[in-house]
Design a protein around this ligand. Structure first.
Ligand code: PEP
Ligand code: MN
Length: 350
């Protein structure tokens, strides 16, 4: 339930609404907007007496949010959420943010080298898994904390922000210590203890769509994060299961405009896991930007043939450069632009 205040409502009147909601036994969350403030009532069990709120000074109207997801909905907040990272990258506004990097962190040379290359090519966020959710228990599982240390070193050397996955609730704090964005992978989209823990973090969260999750389930998973108080959430379409075997997954580009109409949260696309095949990544990356994605997550490896995971879907750096040039043009056609590139950082230790 949402209590929309009049434009002229005073701070005292807003405070009175908050107090009344709390006295009724619910949580109140003021949502300041450009036009007017609203106060969200959290935990509505269907027994809320809206007349009690409607009668308070300064209240314009009380809206019952019709979707099962509340705080992620456009009804709750009409304005787009913009997530801002320490290096100045904004995700969810007019700019399109590019996250790129290898599937997994493999060595210092690999991750620092590729981070420097990606910065030169215009990316502002480095991806790379330290904890890898592999289909087979015998596949490379990632370097663990050492991988996080190397990601932090790559950030220092390149200026790129870092996004990396937390696999379980216990891992959230550790990942948050090193990363700028905590990634929740497709396999974990409905891991509710993990969502709750990430929702308690101060760091933004990238939530990937489960491989057979509906858009409603994705938004309800995001609701867990917001319900715990973390409003810095970025959604990611990464392909869903399909009957066709020509690609690894079916990148559901329709999800982008659908999510944009239902939610104020930014949504990016991952054409790498979405297709699983290098030659399909660039066309789908272009299409995702054209469909209105707020960013991309693309796997790029300095030597894809030697990659310890997902080499077949990883772009060569030169291919990534070409992709950047193309999406710059597509963004402009949509009256958007790529997040401005970062300057070269001062040499380490200076
Ligand atoms: C990843 O981005 O590293 C990853 C494992 O992707 P997903 O969770 O979408 O499979
Ligand atoms: Mn991968």
């Amino acid at each position: 339930m949402l209590v929309v205040m009049k434009q002229s409502a005073s701070d005292d009147e807003i405070g009175q609404v908050v107090e009344t909601i709390e006295a009724m036994g619910y949580d109140a969350r003021p949502i300041p907007g450009k036009q007017r403030t609203a106060v969200g009532l959290i935990g509505n069990d269907g027994r809320v007496d809206s007349a009690r709120l409607e009668g308070l000074q300064g209240v314009l109207e009380v809206i019952v949010v019709s979707h099962p997801y509340k705080q992620v909905s456009r009804e709750w907040k009409a304005e787009d959420t913009v997530v801002t990272l320490p290096n100045g990258t904004r995700i969810g506004g007019r700019e399109i943010a590019i996250m790129a990097g290898p599937c997994a962190v493999e060595s210092e040379e690999q991750i620092v080298g590729v981070a420097r290359t990606l910065r030169r090519m215009g990316a502002t966020i480095l991806r790379g898994g330290a904890f890898k959710p592999r289909t087979s228990p015998y596949s490379f599982q990632g370097l663990g904390e050492e991988g996080l240390v190397l990601l932090a070193r790559a950030r220092e050397a390149s200026g790129l922000a870092v996004v990396t996955e937390a696999l379980d609730p216990e891992g959230v704090e550790l990942v948050a210590r090193y990363a700028d964005i905590i990634q929740i992978g497709a396999r974990n989209m409905q891991n509710y203890p993990l969502l709750r823990r990430a929702g308690q973090s101060e760091k933004p969260v990238l939530l990937k769509r489960g491989m057979s999750a509906t858009i409603k389930e994705l938004l309800l998973a995001a609701e867990y994060l917001l319900a715990e108080g973390n409003e810095q959430v970025i959604l990611c379409e990464r392909g869903v299961r399909s009957f066709d075997t020509h690609t690894r997954n079916l990148l559901d580009l329709t999800a982008i405009p659908v999510v944009k109409s239902l939610s104020h949260l930014p949504i990016i696309a991952d054409p790498s896991h979405g297709t699983g095949i290098r030659t399909k990544v660039t066309p789908m990356a272009r299409a995702a930007v054209a469909a209105g994605a707020d960013g991309l997550m693309v796997e790029v490896h300095p030597d894809p043939e030697m990659a310890l995971s997902d080499g077949a879907q990883s772009l060569f750096p030169e291919q990534f450069q070409e992709l950047m040039d193309q999406i710059r043009v597509i963004s402009r056609a949509l009256d958007r632009e790529l997040v401005p590139g970062l300057p070269e950082p001062a040499p380490m230790g200076v």
